[in-house]
Design a binder for this molecule. Sequence first.
Ligand code: NAD
Length: 294
Amino acid sequence: MQLLDGVLVSAHIKEQIKQEVKEWQAGGGKQPHLAAVLVGNNPASEAYVGSKVKHCEELGFGSTLVRFDATITEAQLIKEVERLNNDDNVDGILVQLPLPGHISGDSVINAINPDKDVDGFHPISQGRMLLGQPSFLPATPYGIMLMLEYYKISTAGMHCVVIGRSNIVGTPMTILMSRNSDPGNATVTMCHSKTKNLKDFTLNADIIIAAIGRPKYVTADMVKPGAIIIDVGINRIDDATKKSGSRLVGDVDFDNVAPLCSYITPVPKGVGLMTICGLMKNTLLAAKLRTGKK
Ligand code: NAD
C-alpha cells in the first residue's frame, strides 16, 4: 500500500504556484487577489477560511476576508458579492459554505461573476466543465485530479465508483473521471444515498472516491484488494485520548482498508490539502485571464 500524501503533493504544487506568481509579477502581471466571504461564526468554516487566507500569504497572493454577521439578508449578501465583482483588484471570490438557512447558497453563488468563480461552483463553470471546455474546476475534484497526476496513476479503463452526488464533490468527480483525459478515461459509477447494495458496486471498483460525510463508512469488506481509495470525507468523532476530546476521520475505515489497497489518501493530510491547491491554481488562472495574459 502506498499513501497518497497530501502534505508532499501540496508542498510540491504550492512551490510551483509560488514560482509562477513570481514570474508573472516579474513580467508586469498583477498580484493575484482572493476575496473570501464568511457569514456567521461556524468554527469549521472559520478554520477553512483562515487556512485559505494563510495560504494566500504563503504563496504571494493578496487576500481580503470579508465577514458578515449571520443575520445578514440574502439581498445584502448578494450586494456585497456584486461589490467584489466590481472591485478590479479582486481576481477570485469564494463564499464559504454552508450559509445560514435563510440564505440560498445557489442565489449567492449565481451572483458571482463567472470570471472570478475560483471555487468553480457557478452554473457557467459547471456547464463548461460538463462540456469539456476550459473552466474553473471545483477545487476538491481538481485537487484529486492533481493528486492522481502527481503519482502518475493512469486511470484509463478502470472502474471508478464515486460515492456521493453533491454539486461540489461527487457529481463533478464523476465528470472529470469519465473525461477523455489522463487521469480520467475511467468507467464511472455514481452511488448515492438511494443506491441499493452499495457493496456490490464498491467490490467491483478499481478506484473508490468516497464523498459521503459519514465516518468510516467504507469498510474493508466493501473493498476489492488492490483498489485505489480516495477519501474525501472530513468527519469529527469523539476521542477521549485527545486533548480536544475529538479527532478527524474520513469516510473510509482507514486502519482496516489501508492494508488491502494499492493507494489510499489519509484523513487528515490527504484530499483537504489538495483542495487548497485547486483553489489557489484557479485564483492564479483568474488573475491571468482577467488581465489578458495566460
Ligand atoms: P453532501 O452532504 O452534500 O453529499 C453527501 C453525499 O453522500 C450525498 O450525495 C448522498 O447521496 C451521499 N450519501 C449519503 N449517505 C449515503 C449512503 N449511506 N450511501 C451512499 N451515499 C450516501 O456532502 P459533500 O459536500 O459532498 O461532502 C462529503 C464529505 O466530504 C463531507 O464529509 C465533507 O466534509 C467532505 N468534504 C471534504 C472536502 C475536502 O477538501 N477534503 C471538500 C468538500 C467536502
